[in-house]
Design a binder for this molecule. Structure first.
Ligand code: EPZ
Length: 421
């Protein structure tokens, strides 16, 4: 397993290109199962999670060709010959559960391993199952697998989510697009990745409206066609790299970034004293004058402050002037980066879902460990600003969601390299 070594090297300056969204691509790829015609995705990110989804779809009989250095995924589900998603793939990546809705909608049955929990929480899939049952699916849990079937095809239904779930909204949307009749999803997720999925499904012939709002209406159709669709820009990668110039006191343009993808996040950064300018080619972020002000953060479903940027924001606030309160409301265990930041000299107290961060003048480089995807990159951000060398182990977490981190950051003057363990 590789390690990444970061040495604090002053202000970052330059440009960072932002890739297509991992969390959009991971729901767009299973959409290929809904049609026998080819679905091609462009602007796909080059990440290990995408490779895992590719392996899963191939295990079902789909063809997935990765072209143009992984930025184009040409997929065909003409010859699906297996409707079982095995535990050994599903356990690697929870998003594997997103093959359940499409398989059920197109073939009337599916066997999908329960994903199991992960570092940041139990992350059950009960809402996915309840939404599909509302459409007529019969589900049985046996030996760690979900056995799903429906005779005569799924039927449109009214379903209200008791709380917002991105994945359950995605599964329900894909299933409803081929159900007989109308489905109305209430308290649906509003994330840009949901909007991107709906726009792709509409290109395939689905009849959907309300995407981006809490109520989405789907008029089921008999079949879906192929399409070509560009993956939306990754707002979490965007937000992550926006913090690199801020924590080092530099100026960086994030190419492809648009403010509407990270509006609340930008508001919070401006409250902390950061300047953000939307240019023709992206977002220019600058923070030249000293430490940022302390600000309080509460994570919420979109359009609120993204939980996937909480760890990164904590790294920044460790260097701020004053004391900040971070409230994590989406996951029950998403502060594992705190002990690692404390090893770097941060002053953080965690009580349940709240972390109280008191900024320090300078963090100190140290050996630290990645515990989950977003925690791993928050260590990198801290290392960019810290005095001395930070050595991050278990970087496989990082490679799930960030392509070519060393390349992108060293192009802006960071001292960062990947070394074999
Ligand atoms: C998606 O996960 C993202 N992953 C996550 O990003 C992101 O943190 C999360 O949405 C919230 O925005 C992908 O899109 C692949 P949820 P998902 O269903 O769909 C609970 C990253 O770093 N819940 O919105 O799994 C759940 O436990 C990853 O890229 C149920 O209880 O998230 C959580 O507490 C991490 N039952 C809350 O709801 C369910 O059936 C929100 O989960 C489903 C979810």
């Amino acid at each position: 397993m590789d390690k990444i070594v970061v040495t604090g090297n002053g202000p970052l300056k330059g440009q960072i290109p932002i890739a297509g969204a991992k969390n959009a691509c991971l729901t767009l790829m299973p959409a290929t199962l809904l049609s026998e015609e080819p679905l091609t995705l462009t602007n796909a990110p080059r990440l290990s999670d995408i490779k895992t989804m590719t392996t899963l779809l191939a295990s079902l009989g789909a063809e997935v060709s990765s072209l143009q250095d992984g930025q184009v995924l040409a997929m065909s589900s003409h010859d699906i010959n297996n409707h079982t998603a095995d535990y050994d793939i599903v356990r690697k990546m929870r998003a594997s559960i997103l093959v359940l809705g499409p398989l059920l909608a197109r073939y009337g049955h599916a066997v999908v391993s329960l994903p199991g929990g992960c570092a940041i929480g139990a992350r059950p899939v009960d809402l996915h199952l309840k939404a599909l049952e509302a459409m007529g699916a019969e589900l049985e849990l046996k030996d760690g697998y979900i056995h799903a079937k429906v005779s005569g095809g799924l039927k449109g239904a009214q379903f209200e989510f008791p709380f917002v779930s991105v994945g359950a909204t995605e599964n329900a949307l894909m299933a409803a697009s081929l159900a007989k009749g109308t489905t109305v999803l209430k308290n649906a997720a509003r994330e840009p990745e949901i909007v991107d999925l709906v726009e792709c499904l509409i290109k395939m012939g689905a009849q959907i409206e309300g995407q981006g709002s809490s109520t989405i209406t789907v008029q089921g159709v008999d079949r879906l066609n192929g399409a070509t669709h560009p993956v939306v820009t990754d707002r979490i990668e965007l937000g992550t790299y926006m913090l690199a110039p801020v924590i080092t006191g530099g100026e960086v343009e994030l190419l492809g970034g648009r403010r509407n993808l990270v509006d609340t996040f930008c508001d919070k950064l401006e409250e902390a004293g950061v300047s953000i300018e939307e240019t023709k080619t992206g977002l220019k972020v600058k923070h030249a004058n000293g430490r940022v002000k302390a600000v309080d953060v509460t994570t919420e479903p979109f359009p609120g402050f993204p939980t996937d940027l909480q760890a990164q924001m904590m790294a920044l606030l460790c260097t701020s002037e004053g004391t900040s309160e971070l409230h994590e409301t989406i996951f029950e265990n998403r502060f594992m980066h705190a002990p690692e930041l404390i090893r770097m000299g941060a002053d953080i107290e965690v009580h349940g879902g709240t972390a109280t961060v008191t900024g320090v003048q300078r963090l100190k480089g140290a050996p630290v460990m990645a515990t989950d995807l977003r925690a791993s990159v928050s260590m990198i951000l801290a290392g960019l600003a810290a005095e001395g060398e930070t050595v991050l182990s278990r970087v496989y977490h990082l490679d799930r969601g960030y392509e070519r981190v060393e390349e992108k950051l060293s192009a802006c003057g960071a001292m960062i390299e990947r070394v074999p363990e």
